[in-house]
Write a protein that binds this ligand. Sequence first.
Ligand code: BDR
Ligand code: CA
Length: 318
Amino acid sequence: MAAGKQAVWFDCDTGFDDLMALVVLAGLDQFEIAGVSTVVGNTSLENTTANTLAVVEAFGIDVPVYRGRSLPLVGQPSTIESLLGEGGMGTIGRRLPPAARRRAEPEHAVQALIDFLRSAERPALVVGTGPLTNVAEALALAPDVVGKIGRLVVMGGSTGAGNHTAAAEFNVFADPEAWAAVLRAGAPLEMFGLNLTRQVLIGPDDEARIRAVGTDLAQAVADHLGAYLRIRDRHRAAPMPLHDPCTTVSLAHPEWFELAPARVDVELAGQLTRGATVCEFRVPRRAEPNALVAVRAEGERVVGHVVDRFVEALTLLG
Ligand code: BDR
Ligand code: CA
């Protein structure tokens, strides 16, 4: 670990916006990525791992990638390739080349995460951009490590409407028991949910800026972004919430976000509301707070940071 840098663990279900979050994180000078773990979510574990390896190889990100859980804690996966496109990363043309050299590590992600936390010399930073299955299993197998987590910065949940269902955001819907277990364990969760990410919109101009870099890799990234902008209507690009990168941008620019203490509980039993996050902000009057919930973002600044980072990285890669 380079002196002065803070180690961070990145847990993801790559996915195009997870890709963006990881590339942003790799570009932050004050942080060093100790490990990346993959989990079933947007698509199968096989695909999220292959997508993650493709990203680290294409962008020259020198970090170990560990395969994590292929099933949620309870039930079967709720993958959404039908929405996101083939392999969980749709495209309107080219795609990121599959990794030719990079391979996943032999160790299971859950054990690797436990080892990372146990060896942390100061409160550790963990970022999650997928279902929290790996984190929940790590805390179940090694309850001692919860005290080693200084911040658990995650994309998931909503203070209001959902996206996967009317009530539930996808990452929580995909494994509500995992979210509930992580909260129950007392992990210091920072929730970047849909109420926040809907303030951070990426759009066709951003696609054009990335495409203008002109390299093959830039064209592929722009084509993936093009598909992301067409998730709601495949015939027309439209601004879309840039979910996962809000977590990693917040590490470098906390001043662009406002977080409020709240009591977050996950609906596990509701027939129509399973996976909904119920956020009580009247703390401690009505309930003990157990999380910080992001409520406001300077959306244009956040998106500008992400797109600048891509333009810079893609230009340097040539
Ligand atoms: C979340 O679900 C996934 O599809 C995205 O990658 C993001 O993590 C948004 O609800
Ligand atoms: Ca994700």
